[in-house]
Design a protein around this ligand. Structure first.
Ligand SMILES: Cc1cc2nc3c(=O)[nH]c(=O)nc-3n(C[C@H](O)[C@H](O)[C@H](O)COP(=O)(O)O)c2cc1C
Length: 199
């Protein structure tokens, strides 16, 4: 609060100050509005309780026919994080520098909509991270090349994930070392993109 007040007096923009629109503190909409992709992190570790909280949000996501095909591999070891990052041919710098990453995988034997199920879970993870003040960034793995195989197959090799699973994405996590202003309703074109009744 004090920092924010000083920043306002000095005319600088802080992350907190730029949080917009919805006034209700800690409301879901406030978390949704303030979330941004954060790709730079401090060296500080994320405590286990916070990691468990964030993963739990993913595990509570809805899934097609309630099959719950989505699982999560939480990686904190920096060598493993770097190996996972370089399993994507074009690289995943945020994973390379992250304090932790959640590899969002799905058991494809549990239904054809695994990518949709895993995407919902990854979205919940991003929001839970934002609520806890943890920076997060989705790194796409599905349909992306690795160095030798698909990025998904290389990550499965690194982490010992059985072949019936696919990797949707890797969510990089860390205490933020960058701040970004929240998107505004105008920027997101909320009104233009919303069609009540018919298009
Ligand atoms: C399906 C999907 C794939 C994405 N893939 C990547 C990625 O591979 N690397 C990355 O740095 N960001 C990735 N992002 C993050 C987007 O770049 C980011 O959400 C977008 O630029 C909007 O910025 P914001 O999240 O700060 O609002 C991805 C996001 C989604 C939803």
């Amino acid at each position: 609060m004090l920092l924010c007040t000083i920043a306002i007096i000095m005319g600088t923009t802080t992350y907190a100050e730029s949080k917009p629109v919805t006034q209700e503190p800690d409301s879901l909409m406030q978390v949704i509005e303030s979330r941004r992709s954060i790709r730079r992190y401090t060296d500080e570790k994320i405590d286990r309780q916070t990691l468990e909280y964030i993963v739990k949000a993913g595990a509570f996501a809805p899934s097609s026919y309630g099959q719950n095909p989505v699982e999560f591999v939480v990686v904190e070891d920096s060598k493993t994080l770097k190996a996972v990052a370089s399993a994507k041919r074009i690289g995943a710098p945020s994973v390379n520098d992250a304090a932790a990453a959640i590899i969002v995988i799905a058991d494809t034997s549990k239904g054809e909509l695994w990518a949709e199920d895993a995407s919902v879970a990854a979205g919940y993870i991003l929001l839970a991270a934002e609520q806890k003040g943890i920076g997060a960034c989705w790194n796409q793995i599905r349909l992306r090349d690795g160095q030798r195989l698909s990025a998904s197959n290389e990550i499965k090799e690194i982490l010992g994930i059985p072949s019936r699973y696919e990797v949707l994405c890797v969510v990089a996590l860390g205490h933020p070392a960058e701040s970004k202003p929240a998107h505004t309703e105008q920027e997101m074109n909320v009104k233009k993109r919303t069609h009540f009744g018919k298009f």
